[in-house]
Design a protein around this ligand. Sequence first.
Ligand code: SF4
Length: 290
Amino acid sequence: MTTRPPLRPLPPPGDLRAELARLVHATRRLVAAEREGGVVTLPGTPRPPEPPAAPAATPHAPHAATPAAPPPATPPTTPRGTQRAGPADSFVPHVRPLDLPDDWRAPFGDLPQRITACRRCALGEKRTCTVFGEGSAPAELVFCGEAPGYEEDRTGRPFVGAAGELLTAMIERGMKMRREDVFILNTLKCRPPRNRAPLPIEVGACRPHLEEQLAVIRPKVIVALGNHAVRALLGESPGITRMRGRVIDALGAKVVPTYHPAYLLRNAAAKRDSWEDLKTVLRLLGRAPA
Ligand code: SF4
């Protein structure tokens, strides 16, 4: 017969409420991180009703007005037994609309239109929206992620889910800058299916778009968010834990690799290193870290 260890005594009611609050907070962060990966139901939960046939969500930004091929009626099931979001799922961005002038894309000429029409790689056939990026141009600081995720593909904006909320807090609360003052983009402009890692052929196909964007933005510093972004920007990477903490001259700027905000949502202990990287960025920009 198995002997169970004695139960710990319950904490006093006040502590219990604090513990419950911590659990709720941790659960919300976990769900947000899963949602970031495109997961909307957990294994074993009832399948949501099939959405009615509906056109793809209206792009949030004019540059992202490319309609995609009609999505499948039944969302695909992932290898983990979870289910991906269907086309009619509503999503309210975690990140407020930016306070930018109407013509903020003007410095890029016809590049936004060319990206919207791009079919250089197979990702162009599956996307809902292209995600050009957003921010000021020129800007001294660029944040570069790997590729749009579920929320970005639906809204046409970069980093608008839970990871985007954290990135915004890093910029605004940590670095004391406005999200409008920097430029945020991805190495790919279209979402890879099931948020898989970008393929080298896709990175190569999209690279000219990225280089054109950087030529217009002319950043002093590019923060590469996560290993895939580092590899796409620098051509190779032995891993983000070995790359972070370095400053690399590339693409006419200082490239500072750091963790992707989605990773930080799952690994809070890494936030300390991430903040050290952002302090390096502030020093490179001639701004004193707070
Ligand atoms: S990922 Fe880039 S290269 Fe591929 S279709 Fe989209 S915009 Fe074009």
